[in-house]
Design a protein around this ligand. Sequence first.
Ligand code: AMP
Ligand code: FES
Ligand code: ZN
Ligand code: ZN
Length: 305
Amino acid sequence: MKCSKCGGLAVINLRQHRLRLCAEHFVEWFARFTQRTIETYKMFAPEDKVLVAVSGGKDSLALWDVLLALGYQAEGMYIGLGIDEGIDYSHKSLDFCRRFVAEHHPDAVLHVVDVESEYGQGIPTLARTTQRGRGKPCAVCGLVKRHIMNRVARDGGFAAIATGHNLDDEVAVLMQNTLHWQTGYLARQAPVLAERDGLARKVKPFARIYEREAAAYALVRGIDYIYDECPFAKGSTTNFYKELLNQLELNSTGAKQQFYLDFLRAREAGKVAFEEAGPVELHPCQRCGQPTTAAGLCAFCRLWE
Ligand code: AMP
Ligand code: FES
Ligand code: ZN
Ligand code: ZN
């Protein structure tokens, strides 16, 4: 297989883009494609400070790497969730983040927030002991991560929070929301969520990058990452939809990309109008000051009551 640019040995075949690229040209293409996504969706500008949420996985470390390579002021943030489950999951993921900094970007800043030592309990305990958790770690985990990301972004004066969500993640959620006709979620699913009332802007610069492309980038750049996924995500519905979509892509090259882009375009052009649940009013939480729809304490602060 030959590189479409230089005729050298190609390491990846990007079928949906009709491109075969060698390692060097793939890295170049990957950075340019990410840059174009950032510009197309007006995610942030070169003078902005960006907070990259890193989990120790391939997507978020690849994202941090490429943003630094592109010259952005990107600082990392790792949230220690206190998940062990027999594989020491949280500690290991933090090690991968630290190693990434040491080996690839020794001058980069990594913010670490450990939920257990800062608030007293990790995610598994919180899920077991709180009403909201009802034994389901992922729901509390999402709430805790959102709260902490927003706090760090606000305190540090960051223009945006960037996550490593890739096209496969986005399309799996899109399919789920479409099958259940979740119009409120469909109205808000986008590569950029605007800043509002004390909630920081959230961006997904890999929204158009296939998962296998992010994995290939990490491999070519020599980025070591945690292979295990969160033990609580095993058998999740999102993973089920990802498998279905992989089968679809196998039979129809570019199907995932097309589904996502057609959805974004149709909504943009007003061909489909999804209702957002009325304009909800936000006010500061009485304890932490973060915006909430609740009258007194926000959902995060209520967790610790
Ligand atoms: P996931 O929900 O695990 O697929 O993660 C989606 C994105 O959320 C990742 O690409 C990261 O940007 C971010 N993220 C997940 N876990 C953490 C964590 N423990 N600390 C910081 N960011 C995280
Ligand atoms: Fe939050 Fe798995 S990463 S429960
Ligand atoms: Zn080449
Ligand atoms: Zn609060």
